[in-house]
Write a protein that binds this ligand. Structure first.
Ligand code: F6R
Length: 370
């Protein structure tokens, strides 16, 4: 039940911190090492994995994109992310050493299910990251890592997304552990930052909700929005754009900020709202300055800038019309916080327009047809 919340979506966004926390629970042993025995793929097979292909649709595919940046960095093996319905109808190069990771909240998405069958027929092992116990996708997979976000009722996926990133990160760190790709201390450090994320998400919910509601009021009549980010901020931009289009029926486009000058900047006109995901670690992360120069470029063309950025970022303060602040977090952790204001913003926009945020038109919670 909805409890005291206006909608399931509202309730579920507020469960983002718990979704991350519950997905971490019980997966670290006393010494702080990862224990994923539940996955039932033996260490020998895990050690042999030399490539990962993530298959998923929609929001789940964006969680996979986020994980690609992290897992390639940690494990030093290639990670491809492909929409399940595209993967299914091509001739992918799979070997017994390829680990296919199917990400699905419902576990019933037909496109993803068909793609996983396609992978298994060719001898690859499939690991499901799923939120629904005993659903078709985990049942047909070789192994499962459950997200423990709890049931997600609203059609638009929210808490499942942060739980999917968390689970995919655990998988990546576990691979790094069994393959010896990282020092134990490094893994522990990453796990420590991961454990701090629920509190940081809570900070965003507690301190940014009013600003977000205010921004939605200001923007409610906007006809279109652009969402831009780089690196892990890129899939976050795609997810922010998807949320807004699916529940507020606003035309949105999300793309990699580096693409601006390769075409999309032509769309920018006086007053066009542009949402930027600004990377953290200003001064240390070269991409921070690159995104800021992207902001300057669209600002010069009259865009209305909404930024998701680290608390107190002086460059952002200078250029942005509206800022949704995030607390300090390492780059790879930032998607877990950055998506939250975008979820709230989409919900506020839909509410202001009088739409049913839990049941957007034309959409079903699980898409069980191809
Ligand atoms: C977006 C949304 C969809 C799903 C997609 C995959 O808010 O809900 O894009 O993410 O249909 O669904 P699952 O994860 O159930 O396979």
């Amino acid at each position: 039940e909805k409890g005291g919340w206006d909608s399931f979506m509202d309730k579920e966004i507020h469960e983002d911190p718990a979704a991350v926390q519950r997905t971490l629970l019980g997966r670290l042993n006393k010494d702080g090492d990862l224990n994923l025995d539940e996955v039932h793929i033996d260490e020998h097979d895990f050690k042999a994995v030399d490539k990962i292909i993530v298959i998923a649709c929609g929001t789940a595919s964006y969680a996979g994109m986020v994980a690609k940046y992290a897992i390639e960095h940690w494990v030093r093996i290639p990670v491809e992310v492909e929409l399940a319905h595209e993967f299914r109808y091509r001739d992918p190069i799979l070997t017994p050493r390829t680990l296919v990771v199917a990400i699905s909240q419902s576990g019933e998405t037909m496109d993803t299910l068909m793609a996983l069958r396609h992978a298994r027929e060719q001898g690859s092992k499939v690991l499901a990251i799923c939120n629904t116990q005993g659903a078709s996708i985990p049942r047909e997979s070789d192994a499962v890592l459950y997200t423990h976000a709890g049931p997600e009722v609203a059609v638009a996926s929210t808490k499942a997304f942060v739980a999917q990133i968390t689970a995919a990160y655990l998988l990546g760190l576990y691979l790094a552990q069994v393959k010896g790709a990282m020092f134990r201390d490094e893994i522990h450090q990453v796990l420590d930052s991961l454990k701090q994320m629920p509190a940081k998400i809570q900070w965003v919910i507690d301190t940014q909700t009013a600003t977000i509601a205010e921004a939605a009021k200001r923007m409610v009549d906007a006809k279109s929005f652009l969402f831009l980010g780089r690196h892990v901020g890129y899939p976050v931009a795609l997810e922010g754009a998807l949320k807004l289009k699916e529940i507020a029926y606003t035309f949105t486009e999300g793309f990699a900020a580096g693409e601006l000058k390769h075409g999309p900047i032509a769309l920018v006109d006086e007053g066009e709202p542009v949402v930027f995901i600004v990377p953290p670690e200003r001064g240390r992360n070269v991409l921070h300055a690159k995104v800021i120069s992207g902001i300057e470029e669209v600002k010069a063309r009259g865009a209305f800038i909404i930024a998701v950025a680290e608390e107190g970022d002086p460059d952002v303060e200078r250029y942005a019309d509206v800022v949704f602040w995030r607390p300090k977090a390492p780059t790879l952790m930032s998607p877990l916080v950055d998506v939250v204001p975008l979820q709230l913003f989409a919900m506020d926009m839909a509410n202001l327009k009088g739409y049913d945020v839990d049941k957007p038109r034309n959409l079903a919670k699980s898409v069980t047809v191809e």
